[in-house]
Design a protein around this ligand. Sequence first.
Ligand code: FE2
Ligand code: FE2
Length: 241
Amino acid sequence: MNALAQQTVGRIVAENLHTAKIFESYNIDFCCQGNIELAEACRSKGLDLEEVIRQINAAGRSQTRGQPDFFRLHLYDLTKYIVDVHHSYMYHLVPEIESHLQVASGTHAKSHPELKEALHTFAEFKDVFFRHMRMEEEEFFPYINALAQANVGTAPMPPPMKMGLSEYIRFLEEDHRTASGLITKIKSICNNYVIPSDACITYRLFITQLQELEADTHVHINLEESVLHPRARELEQELKS
Ligand SMILES: [Fe+2]
Ligand SMILES: [Fe+2]
């Protein structure tokens, strides 16, 4: 059997971010359910495994040019990449979407009352995810970076995290599921991003931005769950033994 069949979908996306679109087109969750092998994911969706592998191969190794090898990147650089690329993007995009959603829900208060619920759910998403990113930036990433320094002997072993690394990661991954669920809820409230014929420009704009936000959140979560978290657990284990 092709080696790709036994790889997890999360790992396939982390190795080549361009494959994310292929999984999205088949409605395969590579983000919070990324730990499933490709063969099993295809079986559960009734997909032709060989055809999906053909598409993944067609996405091509050449497309990974310019993308860091996340599995080999120094942990300091990996956490920096996540903050610089994904967290910064969120801090910039989320307030913009919120303000567009506010305007559109006012303009379309009568014709699209569901936008009020979308706005409320989006505020919930913002609370969860901003609090989550702050925890990563202020506690989790510094701890991982300290572990990486201890590993090369440039700093002593940091004191263990209060709740323990595995428990802390479990907590963060629970946040990922909550945030991902809230995005799915917003998508469903917004009729799966189908833009109604009477939509104003601001309405069209926030729908496009929501789609971008969803795609980036999936890649962001997968990078943490398929690469960063396993590498951090492994490193702590190694240093303890
Ligand atoms: Fe993050
Ligand atoms: Fe996260």
